[in-house]
Design a protein around this ligand. Structure first.
Ligand code: HEC
Ligand code: HEC
Length: 361
């Protein structure tokens, strides 16, 4: 207001004015009886409820592509840090991850699960081949008894998320309880439903040993075993890597983080990643290994090559994720089992770690 301007109509007078405070949005109140306590719809245990009204409702169309009907499950993954005693999980710079489980996406697009409170969790939408369609790249968490229901996988924030007829199918049929004590949050075996962490040497190496190393044994003269040489201009060392799916440990002598932690199979599929660090390197020979994209199994060349079978609603090995003959059938050797396909996909979707709780050094 310009000082001296006459104020006629629309003058505001304070409802309440405490000169000691900056009173905004003051409201008149009066005493009333304390309302009765209503019970929570979920058991207020140590868990919190995470759910969505409709996972297809998303505004993240640049990163989330979920065609109608494609979302079969929501995968919920626990996160943990190096405080559990693992200093480096692998070469991919992802956090420690352990699977809670996968809960169904209902026909109305809803899902609901109960997971441990105060523990980081992230979600993936999973297709009928048990591969992630979208990965939530952040961790969320909830307090005990809290209900965190989101409109979708990030609905448009300026729109309303309506629920007809007032309750989602997932909530009507009850949230799936994935809350188990910490001591039980390790794989008891590596089958579907039991696997939590996917320790590379324990869970995946037996698959490579029985299904791959007859051909991919590090012998560069065999077809399919590409090789490249890294010359580290910073340290002056050089080393040749051959595609090799055996479980022998490799001493990496190039790059900033020289390490002997990982096996040939791990480096061949996940690549050297952060091992090279800031060192200036020159690469000669074939293309370096680029077979896996951490947190995106479906976008990984090794998964496309192997071509996993349908997992949901029933296993059907005649239906494959990609066009073309699966690699093992193409080579006339025994196929991987559906659980073996699942483990490799899960490992890559969970960040492609070498170490998890099950094999911590
Ligand atoms: C199953 C699908 C899905 C559901 C349900 C979902 N998210 Fe996400 N969320 C994602 C994906 C995918 C991304 C990553 C998007 C990207 O990379 O652009 C993400 C990113 C985020 C981010 C960081 C990006 C941002 O928007 O700020 C936060 C925070 C987040 N989610 C919180 C939540 C919360 C809270 C809920 C409800 C409890 C929830 N999410 C439900 C899939 C989901
Ligand atoms: C019978 C021999 C044989 C077996 C067993 C075999 N492969 Fe192969 N693989 C090949 C040959 C030959 C090629 C190169 C020609 C081609 O791509 O088909 C190849 C190529 C590949 C490539 C692409 C390599 C590149 O440089 O582009 C990957 C990845 C791969 N195999 C992974 C696997 C995995 C994982 C297994 C086990 C689950 C496996 N292979 C089992 C013979 C085999």
């Amino acid at each position: 207001m310009v000082p001296g301007t006459p104020q006629k109509a629309e003058t505001r007078y304070p409802l309440y004015d405490d000169p000691a405070f900056w009173d905004v949005q003051a409201r008149p109140i009066k005493p009333r009886a304390e309302p009765p306590v209503t019970a929570s719809v979920i058991n207020s245990g140590p868990s919190f409820l995470v759910s969505a009204i409709n996972v297809y409702n998303t505004s993240l169309t640049n990163t989330v592509r979920v065609p109608p009907g494609a979302a079969v499950k929501v995968r919920l993954i626990e996160g943990f840090s190096g405080e559990e005693g693992i200093m480096t999980f692998g070469t991919t710079q992802f956090d420690g991850q352990s699977l809670y489980g996968e809960v169904p996406v209902m026909p109305d697009g809803s899902f609901a699960a109960r997971v441990p409170a105060n523990v980081p969790v992230h979600m993936q939408i999973v297709d009928k081949f048990a591969l992630a369609l979208a990965n939530e790249a952040v961790w969320i968490s909830g307090r005990a008894g809290e209900q965190r229901t989101c409109g979708g996988c990030h609905e448009n924030r300026s729109e309303q998320s309506a629920v007809t007829p007032g309750q989602t199918q997932a909530m009507l049929s009850g949230a799936e309880d994935l809350d188990v004590p910490r001591v039980d949050r390790v794989s008891t075996n590596y089958t579907y439903g039991k696997v939590r962490g996917v320790p590379w040497d324990k869970a995946l190496q037996p698959i490579f040993d029985s299904k791959c190393i007859a051909c991919h044994d590090g012998d560069a003269s065999k077809p399919g075993n590409r090789s490249f040489t890294v010359t580290d201009m910073t340290t002056g060392t050089s080393q040749t890597f051959v595609f090799d799916l055996t479980g022998k440990k490799v001493n990496v002598m190039v790059g900033e983080k020289m390490t002997g932690d990982f096996t040939a199979s791990y480096l061949s599929i996940m690549g050297l990643g952060e091992i090279l660090g800031e060192d200036v390197v020159m690469i000669t020979g074939d293309k370096p290994f680029d077979f896996a994209v951490p947190a995106n199994a479906a976008g990984s060349k090794v998964i496309e090559k192997l071509n996993p079978p349908q997992r949901f609603p029933t296993i059907d090995t005649s239906v494959r994720r990609f066009p073309g003959t699966p690699h093992l059938l193409d080579k006339g050797v025994a196929d991987m089992t559906p659980d073996e396909y699942y483990l490799l996909g899960l490992s890559i979707d969970m960040g492609g770690q070498f170490f998890s709780r099950e094999n911590k050094p």
